[in-house]
Structures are given as structure tokens and as C-alpha cells.
Design a protein around this ligand. Structure first.
Ligand code: PMP
Length: 455
């Protein structure tokens, strides 16, 4: 029940929400979050929650880091806005571009600034098409992504995304975007198949897709080092070496979507380092500014950029860019967020407390509702099942995930269920004691849910 003229009622009346059942929202209304502190947020009634998703996998430095607030204020006062079109630049854009190129785990040549993960991936796709034309290979435009992958919601990036809800009724994916199988070993492996055998099969399927389409038509492969929104899918043994071998064999560009994995999440600065990936392009957002302000970036190496630079000269301009791209206030906040991550060794903390999180989650493996626990660093998931042997949840997919998620909310923990996988991706400042708090709430929520299940 929402009171007339309450923020909840006004939200219902005026606000269409992303990723929300719009009809159900008319009945239940919003949960209003009012403030944040460290790994916690508070709702309008004053109830405190451990924010175990760091917002949307993104508030790496926690919810009230004064250094970021000061960086924003100082830049606002000095120069609140300027663009970078037509040879203009400003200090924060230069500093951040140089910082990102310098931090990249493989040689990257330049950074291009965008405002969201979707825009970064969309831009990557446009650059790949532009480059193919520059190289006189206009037929080489097809892009391969993966089932269960998540790359955003613009027309191009939603096409890359391999989740049904992002395509249904949107008339997506667009032509020329193909999907290959996901690295979800627990769900997709054949009975008796080892991790290596499964990875070999996935790589062979990728090669078969490339051969069937014609290798001369395939421009690039997009992938997250660890899939996030698809259910926190950590690739099995042998997966990345075998996939990368196929990409090299056919000279296909590799775009690593580091939007979630970047800036410490996996216990490495970038997810690419966790798996020895050698991408040609990397897309970055979320942890880049700890989501205090919208900003994203795309890094590209010389192999990608040299033809693009020539083509822009032939045409007269690189005809792409966003009004707010490289926004000076967002760039200043991103620089400060990276400085906090480096100075406080939050990457090391993600590795250490992440190991503790996975140790505590794996200790729950015998719980009747847990099918698998997985993750790396401070990203993890538990796969919920009602029937362990059959690896099945309830009749309706996602119902069990939603039930445990709701029980956790009652216990003061915010998580997110992707179907029946319950994800954890807390701020990188989380302590072992706070992990204990999270795991104890999870255990209680699992027990409550189990008690409610029809026998
Ligand atoms: N790529 C990945 C891996 C993501 O997780 C997301 C967002 N969840 C995006 C891209 C899209 O980012 P945005 O929502 O900022 O457009």
C-alpha cells in the first residue's frame, strides 16, 4: 500500500523503470533508497541493507567516499563541462586517457570516451565496421558474441547481449550479430564431460560457426572475461586458451568487455589478467568511476586504430562522439576512484576477501537448495536448485531465485537473482566480518525458503 502523494505513489504515477515489470510496479511501487555508507545503503524507512551487489556491480569504493565527492566538486568549480570534439581537450580527459592506456594489461594505444557500457560496446562495433571499410574488406562485418553474454541495451549492444529478455519484442538481434554457446560448464556440459573436453567442444563450435559463415566475413568476437548478468559464469579449465587460439587462427579481433570485471572485481585489476586474455579492444565502465558519475571508455590497440585514423582523414572526420563523452567532472571522479583503488590496494582486498567469500559459499554446497557455488574475487553466485540430482529449480524458472532474494532483503541484504542464480558483487572495501554477515543472512534465507517449499 502506498500513501497518496508519497514518493512511492509519485514514482508509480510518473516514472517508467528500467528492467522492471512495468505492470507489477503499478501495484507494488518502488523501494526508495535514500543514503549510502561504505557497503551499506538505507531506505526511506531507515532500514539498513548490506549492498551485496555494489549497486549494479559498480560502486567499487563504497557508497560515501569523500575523495570522489571532493574531486567532483573541485572540477565542477573549475570547468563543469567541456567537450572533446574538433580537436578540443581538457586536463581530466588527457589524464584519464593516459592513465587507462598505461594501466591496460596488454598494449593499447588510445582511449575513446563514452557514457555507459552500452555506448562503449556500440562504439566498439561501429569502429570495427569503419575499420573493415578502411581495410577494403566491406564484407567483413559480422560479430560473434555468446549466449548468456551481456553487453548492454542499445540496438547494437543489445544485439550482442545473448539473453532472451533483451531481444524479445525488440526485434533484435540485428542482422550480422551471431551467438555461440556460453561457457556455463555446470549447466551445459554433457554427462561425463570434463572441463577440458567441454572447452574443446565450445572452441570447436566457434570454429565451425566461423567456417559456416565464411571466415572472411567475421570481424570480431565480444566477450566478458567472467559473464556477469548471465549468471556469474566463470569459464572452465582450458576455455580461454582454446577460444583465443580460434580467434588468432582466423585473425578475428577480440573485444574484452571489462565493464564488470575491470577495476579490481576479480582480484586482478582487469578480468583479462585473470585469464591471460590478449584483447585488441577493451570496454570499461561501472568500476571506472565507481558509478558516482556516468562514464565509460574504450581502449584500442594500433592494429585496430591505424586503419581508422587513415579512414577519418579520407572522410574528413571520425564522425562519431557523444556530447558528454569524456565529461571533465566524470573523468576527474574516475581518476580519483582509480587512485583510491590503487592506494588502498582494493584489488588485493578483492582477492583476499573474495577467497574468503568463496570459502564460505562453498561450505554451503551441502545445503539442499544449492546446486553450485562459483566465482572469483568479489564476484560470485550460488545456483539454486530444488532438486539437486536433476539440477532443477522450481517449475517456473527464476521463482526460487526470486524467493531467496526476497528473503535476503527481509534480512537486510541486497542481492540480485538472475533466474535461479543469486549473485554477489559487493563493494571492494568489504571486510571479512561483513562477508560473515552476508553469508549468515544467506543461510537464514535459504532455510526460510526451504521451510516454505511444498514437500
Ligand atoms: N557490459 C557488461 C559486462 C555489463 O555488465 C553491462 C551492464 N550491466 C553493460 C555492458 C552495459 O552497461 P550500461 O548499463 O552502462 O549500458
Amino acid at each position: 500500500m502506498t500513501l497518496p502523494n508519497s514518493p512511492e505513489a509519485r514514482d508509480i504515477a510518473a516514472h517508467l523503470h528500467p528492467y522492471t515489470n512495468a505492470k507489477k510496479h503499478l501495484e507494488i511501487g518502488p523501494m526508495m533508497i535514500e543514503s549510502g555508507q561504505g557497503v551499506y545503503v538505507e531506505d526511506r524507512t531507515g532500514k539498513r541493507y548490506l549492498e551485496a551487489m555494489a549497486g549494479l556491480w559498480s560502486v567499487n569504493v563504497g557508497f560515501n567516499e569523500p575523495r570522489l565527492i571532493e574531486a567532483a566538486t573541485a572540477q565542477m568549480r573549475k570547468l563543469p563541462y567541456y567537450h572533446t570534439f574538433g580537436h578540443k581537450s581538457h586536463g581530466p580527459a588527457v589524464d584519464l586517457a593516459e592513465k587507462l592506456v598505461g594501466m591496460a594489461p596488454v598494449p593499447m594505444s588510445k582511449a575513446f570516451f563514452t557514457n555507459s557500457g552500452s555506448e562503449a560496446n556500440d562504439t566498439a562495433m561501429k569502429m570495427i565496421w569503419y575499420r573493415a571499410n578502411a581495410l577494403g574488406q566491406p564484407q567483413r562485418k559480422k560479430i560473434i558474441a555468446r549466449d548468456r553474454g551481456y553487453h548492454g541495451v542499445t540496438i547494437a549492444s543489445a544485439s550482442l547481449t545473448g539473453l532472451p529478455a533483451n531481444h524479445a519484442s525488440f526485434d533484435l538481434p540485428i542482422a550480422g550479430v551471431l551467438h555461440t554457446g556460453s561457457p556455463h560448464f555446470w549447466r551445459d556440459a554433457h554427462p561425463g564431460e570434463s572441463e577440458e573436453e567441454f572447452s574443446t567442444r565450445r572452441a570447436a563450435e566457434l570454429a565451425a560457426l566461423i567456417e559456416a559463415e565464411g571466415p572472411e566475413t567475421i570481424a570480431a568476437f565480444f566477450a566478458e572475461p567472467i559473464m556477469g548478468a548471465g549468471g556469474v559464469i566463470v569459464p572452465p579449465q582450458g576455455y580461454w586458451p582454446k577460444i583465443q587460439e580460434v580467434l588468432r587462427r582466423y585473425d578475428i579481433l577480440f573485444v574484452a568487455d571489462e565493464v564488470i570485471c575491470g577495476f579490481g572485481r576479480t582480484g586482478h585489476m582487469f578480468g583479462s589478467q585473470a585469464f591471460d586474455l590478449t584483447p585488441d579492444m577493451m570496454t570499461l565502465s561501472k568500476g571506472l568511476s565507481s558509478s558516482y558519475l556516468p562514464i565509460s571508455a574504450l581502449l584500442a590497440n594500433d592494429k585496430v586504430l591505424a586503419p581508422i585514423i587513415e579512414e577519418s582523414d579520407r572522410i574528413g572526420t571520425f564522425g562519431h562522439g557523444f556530447t558528454a563523452g569524456g565529461h571533465p567532472v566524470a573523468a576527474a571522479v574516475a581518476l580519483e576512484s582509480i587512485a583510491v583503488i590503487e592506494e588502498r590496494d582494493l584489488v588485493g582486498n578483492a582477492a583476499r576477501t573474495g577467497a574468503y567469500l568463496h570459502q564460505r559459499l562453498s561450505a554451503l554446497a551441502d545445503h539442499p537448495l544449492i546446486g553450485e557455488t562459483r566465482g572469483l574475487g568479489l564476484i560470485g553466485a550460488v545456483e539454486l536448485v530444488a532438486d539437486k540430482a536433476a539440477r532443477k529449480a522450481l517449475e517456473k524458472p527464476g521463482q526460487l531465485g526470486a524467493a531467496v532474494n526476497a528473503r535476503l532483503l527481509e534480512r537486510g541484504v541486497i542481492t540480485r537473482n538472475m533466474g535461479d542464480a543469486l549473485a554477489f558483487s559487493p563493494p571492494l572495501i568489504i571486510t571479512e566480518a561483513q562477508i560473515d554477515e552476508l553469508v549468515e543472512a544467506l543461510t537464514g534465507a535459504l532455510d526460510d525458503t526451504l521451510a516454505d517449499l511444498p514437500r
